[in-house]
Design a protein around this ligand. Structure first.
Ligand code: ATP
Length: 590
């Protein structure tokens, strides 16, 4: 199949942000694609060459790519830099220069999907010290045969900037449409995705074996299972009612969620975002080897930084020192961690996700040997509000954020946020006590002490139905000088177009960013707002929702992607819950 077909679809995708249209365009492309290539088309369309958990990224820098364009187009680096300054996007620079160069040579060979994927894969795998020359030579050869439009998309992919706005949901809908002609089949396909974290693999299975086989999809060791997530409620009473009078309470530890997959002697550690973080935690591999019984397993737990002398939990920020590629050994010594298991999903050939929580927990207790660094998360079965309050108090005293309350009868629902798990953070009394994870979409220039940096940020939440980002608040408090420097360095404004198409905002920021960075903020309440656009027209016509008095909590949630941020529906629920609490409060006082 020719890459030009893919490039033409990308161009059409760029012209819309409407999810239905994007889904249809992708479904049409999948239908045209030979079955054995569907996985590659899916990866490429999401700007990747492999699923994220494989950790293979092309990641060429724009600056290096300029050299390849100079070679292919015959223009000087200076000219290219000037164009780059104008367009702000390396893909558009190549398209423009190659267009001016005129017709491609007669000897050029039309690019196929296989070739583009294969060369990008080789470029990615050739990464490392001294490999840049080889990578650029590979890229040059590809560009020599590319049309201007193809060059644009190849370069955006090679620099990690192909942002077509194709979310996982859109791919799942498109697969259902393309292979079964019925979006209603999406849950069956989604189940396989939840168990493998690999859309390409699922697409490939569907294309080659059909829907019947997909329904029998099994967990694969070494592939991350999408995490089960918790809903929020504001009181022990509400939780007990929801769970039918009895519930299992667990400490909510404040660390990093990990999933450890073991196949005999091979280990993989996955983050909450399904990235492969095995190399950051060699100590967890050793601890799993020594403290877990079983040849094959998938377990989940929270890694927490600890004080090695007292064993006390340390704040989440300490774990940031472990997010590094080099000097891991030293970091392992300087920043010791404990692993606190809370679930088991697979053991010795058996998928345990269909077992009720209490059975899984019993199996976990059976296979884990506790010691100073390896624990099972403290738990307790409760039937009264007092028991919940008491356990909450000890969780807080022990340095936890609160509790995760679990329905004892519930199976493990991969990828779902439901009331089978409910998080409870201290007491709610009409004010928000839980933080929100919001996406930075824009910024405002700083004044006074913040001159030369950003002074405030425009935050948004992701709307999966409309596939766009809608503003929630402007935040300027809670930032240390160090934070401000960091934000200035990591948030690079986009140049063209001014505001990304997929950001819905009534506020004009000074600079705009591609929605990527998720930060944790706290606010006093959620109010109706004519300025902010999240959940627009849902509660009242002409009004969205806004977070009042937002404050940055000091944490960039690099463990979360934009689709893991606090969603518009969660905000709406929080708004409604808060309204109920406020009216209850005023009832009590009158
Ligand atoms: P948060 O932002 O509150 O960490 P989240 O969006 O990452 O939440 P939720 O499902 O809302 O995920 O909350 C559960 C999270 O709490 C898990 O992802 C995990 O990192 C953490 N956690 C800590 N202790 C537990 C526990 N005992 N059981 C399950 N999750 C736990």
């Amino acid at each position: 199949m020719l890459y030009s077909e893919v490039a033409a679809t990308y161009e059409a995708m760029e012209a819309t942000t409407k999810r239905l249209e994007l889904t249809q365009l992708l479904a049409d492309l999948i239908v045209k694609t030979p079955n054995e290539l569907v996985d590659k088309v899916i990866y490429l369309t999401q700007g990747k060459i492999h699923p994220d958990f494989m950790g293979i990224e092309i990641g060429l820098a724009d600056r290096s790519v300029m050299r390849a364009i100079a070679f292919t187009s015959g223009h000087s680096l200076k000219e290219i830099e000037k164009k780059y300054y104008h367009f702000g996007d390396i893909g558009s620079v190549a398209e423009d220069l190659l267009q001016n160069k005129g017709q491609i040579t007669l000897f050029s060979e039309q690019l196929t999907i296989e070739r583009v994927h294969d060369v990008l894969d080789r470029i990615a795998k050739a990464s490392g010290l001294g490999s840049l020359g080889l990578r650029l030579r590979l890229l040059n050869r590809l560009l020599a045969d590319a049309s201007p439009k193809e060059a644009k998309y190849i370069l955006r992919t090679a620099t990690g900037k192909l942002r077509l706005g194709i979310a996982d949901y859109t791919v799942l809908d498109a697969l259902a449409l393309a292979f079964t002609n019925d979006k209603g089949n999406r849950p069956k396909i989604e189940r396989a995705y939840n168990l493998s974290g690999d859309l390409g693999l699922v697409a490939n299975n569907l294309a080659l074996n059909g829907l019947k086989k997909i329904e029998k999809f099994h967990i694969k060791l070494g592939h991350p299972i999408r995490p089960m997530l918790a809903e929020r409620l504001d009181s022990g009473k509400a939780i007990l009612e929801k769970m039918g009078g009895t519930a299992a309470l667990e400490y909510k530890l404040d660390g990093e969620r990990v999933q450890i997959s073991c196949d005999s002697h091979k280990f993989w550690i996955f983050s909450r975002r399904l990235e492969n973080i095995t190399s950051q935690y060699p100590d967890l591999v050793e601890l799993s080897k020594s403290n877990l019984k079983g040849k094959e397993y998938v377990v989940e737990g929270e890694v927490v930084a600890i004080d090695i002398n007292t064993g006390a939990y340390l704040p989440f920020q300490e774990l940031m020192h472990r997010r590094r590629k080099h000097g891991v050994e030293k970091a392992v010594n300087d920043y010791p961690v404990s692993i606190n298991f809370f679930d088991i999903l697979f053991l010795n050939g058996k998928d345990l996700t269909g077992l009720p929580y209490q059975k899984r927990r019993n199996i976990l207790v059976d296979i884990v040997k506790d010691d100073a660094r390896v624990n099972i998360v403290p738990s307790k079965v409760a039937t009264t509000v007092e028991e919940i309050e008491e356990f909450m108090a000890s969780a807080i005293t022990d340095g936890c954020e609160g509790l995760v309350v679990k329905d004892q009868k519930s199976v493990y629902r991969a990828g779902a946020r439901e009331f089978a798990w409910i998080k409870l953070k201290r007491e709610y009394n009409g004010e928000i006590t839980d933080s929100l994870d919001l996406i930075v979409v824009g910024a405002f220039h700083g004044r006074g002490r913040r001159k030369g940096k950003y002074g405030a940020f425009l935050l948004a939440s992701y709307d999966p139905v409309n596939n766009d980002f809608r503003t929630v608040c402007k935040v300027g408090t809670g930032f240390s000088d160090e934070n401000l420097i960091k934000f200035f360095n990591i948030l690079i404004p986009i140049k063209i177009p001014n505001k990304p198409n997929n950001v819905v905002s009534k506020i004009d920021a000074d600079v705009w960013f591609n929605p990527q960075v998720v930060i944790e903020v706290m606010g006093s309440e959620i109010t109706l707002s004519s300025v902010h656009t999240v959940a627009m027209d849902t509660v009242r016509k002409g009004n969205g929702l806004a977070l009042r008095f937002p404050k940055f909590m000091g944490r960039i949630r690099s463990d979360k992607g934009v689709s893991d941020s606090t969603s518009n529906t969660e905000l709406l629920k929080m708004y409604k819950r808060q309204k109920k609490l406020i009216s209850k409060h005023s009832d009590n006082t009158h």
